[in-house]
Ligand binder design. Sequence first.
Ligand SMILES: [Ca+2]
Ligand SMILES: [Cu+2]
Length: 375
Amino acid sequence: MDGASTGCDTPSADRTPPKPCCTPQAERAPQGCETPAMTGAEAAPDGGYVSPLAPAVTELARVSTGSTDDMVQVPGGSFQMGTDRDEGGFPDDGEGPARAVILAPFWIDRYSVTKRQFSRFVKATGYVTEAERFGWSFVFHNQLHGKLRANAKQAVQGIEWWWRVDGCDWAHPEGPGSRLKGRLEHPVTHVSWHDAQAYAAWAGKRLPTEAEWECAARGGRESLIYPWGMELEESGAFHCNTWQGDFPHTDSAADGFAGTCPVDAYVPNDFGVSNVMGNVWEWTNDWWSNDWHLTGSRDNPIGPEQGSAKVVKGGSFLCHISYCNRYRCAARTQNTTDSATCHTGFRCVRDVGPWTPASRLGHGAAAPIPRPTQR
Ligand SMILES: [Ca+2]
Ligand SMILES: [Cu+2]
């Protein structure tokens, strides 16, 4: 992740995090390859690729038409977003400070969108993902065995464990010859932010704001590092799918999974939301900035008006404390809107009803969002 190419909307863009995140960026058009540039993309004078700046977002388009099956309603009120603690994390990502944020009630998917759900969307609409249009996507090296290596062309400089695999897309997660069989209940991957957005629109939902995502992830429990407590392996048990062993070489899969796991693996949090930490990064609707939140609204915040990358949350099956300790509620990173990888997916939210000025207050205004006693 190249700070200079992603952080131009932030004054501290010249400060790179102590270690880059485990997420590669597509930079779809460089290297003189035949991949088509996105509509509106511009070639920089040095031949590099410049993402077009999307129109400014000053309002969030509210959506309340989709089915609430397999969703849970998060009550409105205030919650503590971010952290003041040294969690062994990345302060330069903008993880702090901890601050009270008010949200209106909303529905959120219990699970990441699955490969099965995404295939229904594709069947119904004929949608073609960006990875399919560009002809490739990113796969982690240890998932490419035998013949699958034949389509892996290019390592990413500085993070050589990422391979560019031609013919890789959501339906062929390791490229030609790979299948969804046995993985239909795993999260869909190789979907860009635009793809996630298209799915959400079809489903009558939308992508969560970062605040909504983090509020739902915390499950009504204040100020913990993880949804379940303060330790990754609280009470000696695994609560999510990350990397164990020697990153990036050997994943012992002590948590039960090398690679993605079914979306309902592990115990859900106190809101009944599953697998927010680990497994796959999840796209949010917010443009990335590491300091917008210092001065931006804390009343149903929707992030900066513009940016060059979107916030992703939750970490993935590739995160490990030795490299990318980002499977924490407060952790955050970014990727460009047309990037796709084997470890990024999404879940959707929808509003409870039509958005009115009164919605801004949520139920009980600034009262803390309660931790449910049962679900
Ligand atoms: Ca694992
Ligand atoms: Cu990571």
